[in-house]
Design a protein around this ligand. Structure first.
Ligand code: ATP
Ligand code: MG
Length: 355
């Protein structure tokens, strides 16, 4: 499997190498034949090539089996005309990575929750309330006068249907329940359309239960009764917010794996951002990116019927779980003593022992 790795900004160059160490260990243990190529994006390529997302990188994406994207500090980039493209948003839109899959699971003594959480948030990834993802690309926000600012939100039946199908298919392999999270009581047209389409898709999955919840109630329910969720399907911004909440409830933002998936292309990307406040200190928790990379192996393995990739993904996940189980092996965000590289070394050692 060819993997294109784009390290990104902030803590990206710190969490990518240990993630690759884990992948190489998985490759040795499971015989995956991985071919990893690294290319620059973000500030690194802006300095060298005048753009945060060089065309040769875009050209290679359809040719590889999967992409690992580090976090990007897009909010610090110059304007688009000066080469500042948000690589994360660009890849999601260009390659139609319509489903952002974000599993969150509470782990004994790491989570603050009183009841167990084991859920997957499936977030629509290509439209919604993001100014770079609607029909007025780059200008979805505007100010008609100095006193007023507007933001346009795009919801389509097509976008809603494909993400809903991804959620129901995922639920079939789990506890067979989908919760549609919306605000259709207030945003009657946009969230109303999303909800209507999810209900239509649900009719094709009679074996999966559909529940519906307003987003504010969902935010509260994640804290009070997380065990009632299996798969959550929702629009872009609600999914962004709820998945950070769920990850933090599970123990830390640094724990959540995340895969941007489309029909033919998938991009593993940590759930968190570039964390400039801790960049350069070698203390970032690499778990999120490691688990995201495992999700990529699993996705490719299932699509291509390559069982070793699926087994390797499970192996990586279980090595991470094992290491996280030991308080002496945790990173700072979890109250542990370890830095980024030391933590990953434990995961590598465990993976080798288990194989
Ligand atoms: P974005 O807009 O790109 O999602 P953000 O504003 O949500 O970014 P993050 O970069 O995700 O912000 O950081 C939020 C907080 O979580 C910061 O205090 C950061 O240090 C912490 N954090 C994020 N990722 C990690 C990690 N891998 N390990 C430890 N702490 C992290
Ligand atoms: Mg964020």
């Amino acid at each position: 499997m060819n993997i294109l790795v784009l390290p990104g900004d902030g803590i990206g160059p710190e969490i990518v190498p240990p993630t690759l160490d884990v992948l190489h260990a998985a490759d040795e243990a499971y015989g995956l034949g991985l071919d990893v190529q690294i290319a620059e994006i973000g500030f690194a390529s802006l300095a060298r090539e005048g753009t945060t997302l060089p065309q040769p990188v875009l050209d290679r994406i359809p040719e590889v089996g999967g992409v690992i994207l580090g976090p990007v500090s897009h909010y610090e980039y110059p304007p688009r005309e000066q080469g500042g493209l948000n690589p994360s948003a660009e890849l999601r839109v260009r390659f139609e990575l319509f489903a952002n899959i974000r599993p969150c699971r509470s782990r004994p003594d790491l989570s603050v929750l009183r009841s167990p959480m084991d859920l997957v948030i499936v977030r629509e990834n290509t439209e919604g309330f993001y100014s770079d993802r609607n029909m007025f690309a780059g200008s979805g926000e505007f100010m008609p006068d100095a006193d007023s600012a507007f933001s346009i939100r795009k919801i389509t039946a097509t976008g809603s249907e494909r993400v809903a199908r991804a959620a129901f298919e995922l639920a079939r392999g789990r506890r067979r329940k989908v919760t549609a999270v919306h605000k259709a009581n207030v945003l009657k047209l946009t969230d109303g359309l999303f909800l209507r389409v999810v209900r239509e898709v649900a009719a094709d999955f009679p074996d999966v239960e559909l529940d519906e919840l307003i987003v504010d109630a969902a935010a509260a329910a994640l804290v009070r009764r997380p065990d009632t969720f299996d798969v959550i399907v929702t629009t872009n911004m609600y999914g962004d917010i709820l998945s950070d909440e769920a990850a933090e409830l599970s123990g830390s933002l640094g724990l959540g794996g995340s895969l941007n998936s489309g029909h033919d292309v998938a991009v593993a990307q940590a759930q968190h951002g570039s964390a400039p406040d801790i960049a350069g200190k070698a203390v970032a928790n690499p778990t999120s990116l490691i688990l995201s990379a495992a999700m990529l192996l699993d996705w490719r393995g299932r699509r291509d019927g390559h069982d070793a990739l699926v087994a390797a993904a499970a192996g990586v996940e279980s090595a991470v779980e094992g290491v996280l189980g030991d308080p002496a092996c945790r990173t700072r965000d979890l109250g542990g003593p370890l830095g980024t590289a030391e933590f990953a070394a434990h995961v590598v050692a465990r993976l080798r022992r288990a194989a």
